[in-house]
Design a protein around this ligand. Structure first.
Ligand SMILES: [Zn+2]
Length: 324
């Protein structure tokens, strides 16, 4: 394990800072125009697009591809890939690669969003600074063979340069063509404002352990009033221990939330299968195994993962509850 105190100096990348400033000022103007000029239909349409993109990011990029929490039908994969393309943050392949690197070196200088450097670094500054000197080499060391075998991911990576502007043009012109929204409104709201909101949703994911996570051994953080404002819990830490559990929410929750509900509905529709999860009893047994044998807890837990076939025969909308 690398010494966390050894800080690697990183330079600010001013062109990126200027790009984010430009994006945020345009988004603020978009917000103003949305309140003062835009049609209600445009607002509703933008909310739907944001929802589809966040769903593609959380249930798709994060749980399906980065952590293989379940398997999905090709129709659903295409839908999620298109939703992720609308986020405008590069291909899904690159997102998964960076997220796996983040997990592999979590909390060290090799982690691109190193939480030990504080909230501002994990949330924002990492994007505006130069990477770790060995970043490219480290990315090559990440195992992504599974997603390289998914033709939909390979296709999106190859044609991202064409697919992204094409989809952006389509979603910007829909309001102007279908309900006579002005082009400037559409560009500023559906384009700039939406992309900026999604950027922050993605950044939250990289710093979730700081926003929602409790400090180690701190069951209930009474030192901070934050516990009353945001739902502080140990679930973000749990995600770094068992990233393949499909019930782990990105926003500090477990077994509930809009995106987990979507996954269960898709399971009910037979669009996804092989959901991976574990119950409290399994975790308890794995901990006993780890303590008595000295084995890594991650390996012990694999033994007690709930059988996906057992999950399949239960009521699909309540998949995590298994009869004892
Ligand atoms: Zn993750």
């Amino acid at each position: 394990m690398e010494n966390n105190d050894t800080r690697i100096p990183r330079e600010i990348q001013w062109p990126i800072v200027l790009y984010y400033l430009y994006l945020h000022f345009s988004a603020l103007f978009g917000l103003h125009i949305m309140i003062t000029e835009a049609k209600w239909t445009t607002l509703f349409y933008t909310i739907c697009l944001v929802h589809i993109s966040v769903l593609s990011l959380t249930a798709g990029a994060h749980r399906l591809w980065a952590h293989a929490c379940f398997k999905a039908h090709a129709i659903l994969r295409v839908f999620l890939v298109l939703g992720q393309t609308l986020i405008c943050q590069g291909s899904l392949y690159d997102w998964v690669l960076e997220h796996r690197l983040h997990h592999k070196y979590f909390g060290t200088e090799k982690d691109p969003f190193n939480a030990n450097r504080g909230f501002l670094f994990a949330y924002l500054k990492n994007k505006m600074m130069t990477n770790h000197p060995d970043h490219e080499k480290l990315l090559k060391s990440v195992d992504v063979k599974d997603i390289e075998q998914d033709p939909i991911i390979v296709w999106q990576k190859r044609f991202y340069w064409l697919l992204n502007p094409l989809l952006m043009a389509v979603i910007v012109f829909i309001p102007t063509e279908l309900w006579n929204e002005s082009l400037i409104c559409s560009i500023l709201i559906v384009g700039f404002l939406r992309v900026t909101i999604l950027l922050h949703c993605s950044w939250i994911l990289n710093s979730a352990s700081i926003i929602w996570g409790l400090d180690p051994l701190n069951k209930y953080s009474i030192q901070t009033n934050l516990v009353f404002i945001v739902n502080k819990s140990l679930w973000p830490q749990y995600h770094y221990l068992l990233p393949w559990d499909y019930q782990s929410g990105e926003f500090g929750n477990y077994n509930k939330g809009c995106y987990t509900a979507h996954i269960r509905v898709w399971a009910a529709l037979r669009l996804i299968t092989d959901l991976r999860t574990i119950d409290t009893d399994g975790i308890r047994k794995a901990m006993v195994d780890a303590a008595s044998t000295g084995q890594d807890i991650k390996q012990c837990v694999e033994k007690y993962t709930l059988d996906p076939n057992l999950l399949k025969i239960k009521c699909e909308l309540d998949l995590e509850r298994i009869p004892y």
